[in-house]
Write a protein that binds this ligand. Structure first.
Ligand code: COA
Length: 191
């Protein structure tokens, strides 16, 4: 079982559970159409953002498969995005990670730095064997991040679902625990 109570510090960031006081910072990116473009949700209203914040505040524990850990990412004293790790299967030791950041903080390696921490928790604390990431093939920022972290493009599903009213395709990336241990991220997590 993993429970995150204390803040995790990386080189430039603080990762910690969401708090009620994060509402405005979270709304600043959750409300943007460009952030929601390739997510299953749309841009969130104030009320939707508040409801989502209340949900995320509880997602601090990985106790059983199906649980998700969501951490707010802070830089310069404000929340600039979040990362998540979902425990897909206990028997098969599989997980999935994800990342969403405010566009004002893109292009500086912040998302990669926080995502590496989720891989570390998944492999080193939860003992996962394999972590995957999924994204829309048009979401270049997302797949470039996963390639930067050394993940393998394992699948390109063509028009495999209806996404926001049109046929959507999906890329699947993965990393194994052995590959994690051999990667430079495991020993020198500076992005
Ligand atoms: C996906 C997402 C988090 C990627 O953000 P990002 O800013 O491109 O990713 P990073 O923070 O890792 O930054 C990497 C970029 O910063 C650059 N960079 C600058 N300084 C850097 C540093 N010190 N370290 C690493 N990279 C640095 C890299 O070269 C890279 O730029 P490039 O893609 O032009 O080569 C972002 O596009 C996003 O939030 N999108 C909306 C939500 C979303 O779709 N999430 C994914 C759902 S599947």
């Amino acid at each position: 079982m993993i429970e995150i109570r204390d803040a995790i510090r990386t080189r430039r960031l603080v990762l910690r559970p969401f708090e009620a006081a994060d509402e405005d910072d979270m709304y600043a990116f959750e409300s943007l159409p460009e952030v929601a473009r390739y997510l299953y949700n749309g841009p969130r209203s104030r009320a939707e953002n508040a409801a989502e914040l209340a949900r995320r505040q509880k997602l601090t524990v990985l106790r059983d498969e199906g649980d998700a850990l969501v951490l707010a990412v802070e830089a310069d004293g404000r929340v600039i995005g979040y990362v998540l790790l979902e425990w897909l299967s206990e028997r098969h030791r599989q997980g999935e990670f994800g990342f969403v950041f405010h566009p004002g903080y893109h292009g500086q390696g912040y998302a990669s730095e926080a995502a590496v921490e989720m891989l570390r928790i998944g492999f080193e604390e939860l003992g996962l064997h394999r972590v995957i990431g999924r994204c829309d093939p048009r979401n270049e920022g997302s797949w470039r991040l996963m390639e930067r972290l050394g993940m393998r493009r394992e699948a390109y599903f063509v028009e495999s679902e209806i996404f926001k009213g049109e046929w959507g395709s999906e890329l699947h990336y993965a990393l194994l625990a052995t590959e994690w241990r051999a990667s430079r991220w495991a020993t020198a997590p500076e992005v």
